[in-house]
Design a protein around this ligand. Structure first.
Ligand code: GDP
Length: 486
């Protein structure tokens, strides 16, 4: 072990000083990681498993089972739209995304159409589908119509017979062979029976190497999601961008893409606009449309590296706009905000818009902003530098030496407040991941939220990070006992 007093490099001295603290294995591997090994936390999209079925068959319980925890997903509540529809899951060391398609308004009249619509969207977005049937009820005509749709899709489908709590239930489950989806997998989502076997079967049908299939191919196009609430102009912008520049897919080397994606040429380069089928298909403004919009947005974000959130500048900012921006930040994607319909703005509206932005979007002041008009084509070319900036920040890596020098100066000038006679010391910091940048600070005590936000603000001022969310987490470590001090 190096003696900190011998180390010429102050970063190495700090690092060596950390050895006096109780570090666990994950700390050590984080500290020892070579900079080029930094994981892009969300480097490639994970395969998506959609859970589809009629209301009350137990989809949410099954999703909870798969996630291995209880608190995440609540049962469908009529009239309540859920924002969150995708959840990270792992089984047998493999990671994937579970998409819960419950959570729309239960309305008996339009039920058939609704379930089919939901299934259609889910199937299009998913890599594999769990079709859940209530074994105690048996197949209904709604189930049968969904089956036809699932079979047409050609995607792998596993038939789940839920509510099989005992041996007798197994018999009931067997009757589901008649659906023609092959072997029913009997489970009890509530009690956990059969869920391990089901997950084993899931891993067999989920694509083995999603990253190769969908992930960033070296030098391949970067993946952009165009998101925003209905009528902000997504399809108009898509048409404007795709316009005459539609790229012939097969001619582009190194491209693997979903049929729902579109390749466009902007600023002399090819970009992959993900999940454009959802933009092209106009979802009818029925009840539950909000939910589909959420589902779409979330699914598109899963596949994207950067999101362009469109906002209708001619109208008052809505809660839905800010919610979509939060979804992007929470998904850890790079962010560009495009104010569309700029051609409709007069001076008065422009004034109010600026006030609304100041009031409602302070949290994302770091996002590049472009004012465009999909209708006239005004300034749409400015999206390219904005996307480049955001992605560059998203990929950025701060060398450990610079990071610690920055923190050293910051702490010297603005020490953490003393509380109850104690003052936590910042011991060392390192960047744990890129895409987006995530930083870990080792400290001798708890750092107050206000101080963490201050660090985050200064990180942005110093290193830029225009267009990317960043995360700062703190690991509090205690000094080793029973070891002679220096
Ligand atoms: P989407 O639901 O987000 O895909 O929105 P659309 O692209 O369908 O646009 C909704 C409406 O806004 C349509 O009537 C468009 O013609 C109109 N629109 C879209 N972009 C612009 C724009 O830049 N300026 C104006 N004036 N209208 C626009």
């Amino acid at each position: 072990m190096t003696d900190p007093n011998d180390a010429a490099d102050p970063t190495e001295a700090l690092r060596a000083g950390l050895e006096d603290y109780e570090l666990d294995e994950s700390d050590i591997s984080l500290l020892d990681a070579a900079p080029e090994d930094l994981p892009g936390a969300d480097a490639g999209p994970l395969p998506v498993l959609a859970v589809v079925g009629r209301p009350n068959v137990g989809k949410s319980s099954l999703v909870n089972r798969i996630l291995g925890r209880r608190e995440a997903v609540v049962e469908d509540v009529p009239g309540v739209t859920r924002d969150r529809v995708t959840y990270p899951a792992t089984w047998a060391g493999r990671s994937f995304t579970v998409m819960d398609t419950g959570g729309w308004e239960v309305d008996v009249a339009g039920l058939d159409a609704r379930v089919a619509e939901q299934a259609e969207i889910a199937v299009e977005l998913a890599d594999a589908v769990l079709f859940v049937v209530d074994a105690t009820v048996g197949p209904t005509s709604t189930d049968e119509s969904v089956v036809r749709l699932l079979r047409r899709s050609g995607k792998p489908v596993l038939l789940v017979a839920n509510k099989v709590d005992d041996e007798r239930g197994e018999l009931e489950a067997a009757s589901l062979w008649s659906l023609g989806l092959g072997q029913p997998h009997p489970v009890s989502a509530l009690h956990g029976r059969g869920s391990g076997d089901l997950l084993d079967a899931v891993l067999e049908v989920l694509p083995q190497t999603p990253r190769e299939r969908l992930g960033p191919v070296a030098g391949g196009p970067r993946r952009v999601a165009l998101v925003g609430r209905p009528n902000v102009g997504k399809s108009s912008l898509l048409n404007r961008l795709a316009g005459s520049e539609r790229v012939v897919v097969d001619a582009t080397a190194g491209t693997t893409r979903d049929p729902v994606d579109e390749l466009v040429e902007l600023g002399g380069r090819t970009w992959q606009l993900v999940d454009t089928a959802g933009i092209r298909r106009r979802v009818h403004q029925t009840r539950g449309a909000d939910f589909y919009a959420s589902l779409r947005t979330q699914a598109a974000l899963e596949k994207a590296e950067v999101a362009v959130v469109l906002i209708d500048a001619s109208e008052t900012l809505t809660e839905q706009d800010t919610r979509i921006i939060s979804m992007v930040v929470e998904a850890g994607r790079a962010l560009v905000i495009a104010y569309n319909k700029w051609d409709l703005l007069d001076d008065e509206r422009r004034h109010y818009l600026e006030r609304e932005i100041e009031r409602d979007l302070v949290q994302v002041q770091w996002a590049p902003r472009v004012n465009v008009s999909a209708r006239t084509g005004r300034h749409v070319e400015r999206l390219v530098p904005a996307l480049d900036t955001a992605l560059e920040s998203w990929d950025a890596r701060v060398p450990t030496g610079r990071l610690n020098a920055f923190l050293g100066e910051l702490v010297a000038a603005h020490p953490h407040p003393v509380r109850g006679g104690k003052q936590p010391r910042i011991l060392f910091a390192t960047q744990a991941a890129t895409r987006p940048p995530r930083f870990v600070i080792f400290a001798s005590g708890f750092l107050e939220a206000g101080y963490r936000r201050f660090i985050e603000r200064r990180l942005r001022e110093t290193f830029g990070f225009t267009g990317t969310p960043i995360e700062v987490s703190v690991r509090v470590r205690e000094k080793r006992r029973g070891r002679p001090g220096r």
